[in-house]
Design a protein around this ligand. Structure first.
Ligand SMILES: CC(C)[C@@](O)(CC(=O)O)C(=O)O
Length: 190
């Protein structure tokens, strides 16, 4: 697995709940039909009030009207990201839209585990309120090996909290892949 994640920042505030990430009205699409799966990307973060979508300016949708994927691959947020419900559709929608990682001050526990176990997006933690200094559209480089985030646009580097034990699951691509790789469950291969 590549240990460097590079891409544009998409900045959000605090308490981003699962209904802002993927509104309940969009939980109707199949999770396996490729044509319907695309709709999760189209509506990812569509529940964020537009004036808080893409800080500091706001009014920057994560996915443009008519598009199915986002130009932003690293989400920067305040505390309590993913609060509200246990829907796995939330981290799944972010993955389908093209997000690779989230860097938040803290997470709702179920959302955090859904990110890791599903192999959807990698949830990093930061002790600093990065959403007060990083701007939507800044070019970022996240180094998983050294737990650093470099804002290439502003030429600043930040320390991130190490992923800890979950890094093995993340690097395996999710809990089932991890279990298979470690002979913890019967492989589906014949
Ligand atoms: C069942 C689902 C729609 C759920 O009610 C589940 C939950 O609340 O965790 C949700 O809002 O994600």
């Amino acid at each position: 697995m590549d240990t460097i994640i590079q891409g544009k920042a998409y900045v959000l505030g605090k308490n981003i709940d699962t209904d802002q990430i993927i509104p309940a009205e969009h939980l109707v699409y199949s999770l396996s039909d490729p044509e319907e799966v695309k709709m999760y990307g189209k509506y990812a973060l569509s529940g964020v009030p537009i004036d808080q979508a893409g800080l500091p300016e706001g009014n920057i949708p994560f996915v443009e009207e008519g598009e199915f994927t986002s130009p932003y691959s690293i989400i920067i947020a305040g505390p309590n990201f993913g609060c509200g419900s246990s829907r796995e559709h939330a981290p799944f929608a972010l993955k389908v839209a093209g997000a690779k990682a989230i860097i938040a001050e803290s997470y709702a526990r179920i959302f955090y585990r859904n990110c890791v176990d599903g192999g959807f997006v990698i949830p990093f933690e930061t002790a600093q309120p990065l959403n007060k200094s990083i701007m939507t559209g800044d070019e970022l480089s996240l180094d998983m090996e050294n737990n650093t985030l470099t804002n290439l646009t502003q030429n600043i580097t930040y320390e991130l909290r190490p992923l800890g034990d979950v890094i093995n699951i993340v690097q395996a691509g999710g809990i089932f892949e991890y279990a298979r790789k470690n002979n913890l469950m019967a492989s589906t291969e014949a």
